[in-house]
Design a protein around this ligand. Structure first.
Ligand SMILES: [Zn+2]
Length: 97
């Protein structure tokens, strides 16, 4: 039996010093990608902005970087060139020392 807290803890452990997409997490933990995003939202809040790493999505055609994006899901298309091939954001947690 796994509960929500255990799953969240597991994701947290995966993200320490490691960058993963929501898809990677969903495969490793065997949950839906949408649920992985939910957990990531909670984790982002609990570790704080300073320690939560979000490597932004990048347009694979023109290289536009989605720096200002706050949402954790990947954007649908590029605002500059309208291309739909966008890399997924990757997430991580800085190790506290
Ligand atoms: Zn683009």
């Amino acid at each position: 039996m796994t509960d929500e807290i255990t799953i969240r803890q597991e994701i947290r452990n995966l993200l320490i010093d490691n960058l993963l997409t929501a898809k990677d997490i969903s495969k490793i933990i065997r949950i839906k990608e949408k649920d992985a995003i939910d957990h990531l939202n909670h984790i982002a809040k609990s570790v704080g902005k300073k320690n939560f790493i979000m490597e932004p999505s990048v347009c694979m055609k023109c290289g536009f970087v989605f720096n200002k994006r706050e949402r954790l899901t990947s954007p649908g298309r590029c605002p500059v060139c309208k291309h739909e091939g966008i890399s997924e954001p990757r997430f991580g947690i800085k190790k506290e020392d």
